[in-house]
Design a protein around this ligand. Structure first.
Ligand code: FES
Length: 126
């Protein structure tokens, strides 16, 4: 059901760890599947300097978390907010239709983390 890229990313995910000193955390869940995705970000001077995740879910949830955290690293907050689930899917080549929502969760988890960052630092909101 998965292509080789998704399988490789699932077997060797990048950034799959907790980040106790994260500046913000985002968490989203799939209402139908019950999977949970948590994203941790470190932000310095408006740039995402580090990103990691803990995902309790399917193979494609783990693969998309891995790709999404990789995509936002080194980006400004504004650029990170523009990372879409489509880009995540593109990086993976493709996802089965019934697994598309996993990529949506990855995008939402990043946005939720940044949202929480701005809740803590409303003065920094651009
Ligand atoms: Fe729901 Fe993958 S099946 S996140």
């Amino acid at each position: 059901m998965y292509n080789q890229k998704v399988i490789d990313e699932f077997r060797n995910p990048q950034n799959a760890h907790e980040m106790p000193d994260a500046d913000c955390v985002g968490e989203v869940g799939g209402p139908e599947c019950g999977d949970i995705m948590r994203v941790y970000l470190k932000i310095k001077d408006g740039v995402v300097t580090d990103a990691s995740f803990l995902t309790f879910g399917c193979a494609s949830a783990i693969a998309t978390s891995s790709v999404a955290t990789r995509l936002v690293k080194g980006k400004t907050i504004a650029e990170a907010l523009k990372v879409t689930n489509k880009q995540v899917v593109q990086e993976l080549g493709e996802l089965p239709a019934q697994k598309y929502h996993c990529s949506v969760l990855a995008e939402e988890a990043i946005k939720d983390a940044i949202d929480n960052y701005y809740k803590q630092h409303p003065e920094l909101k651009q």
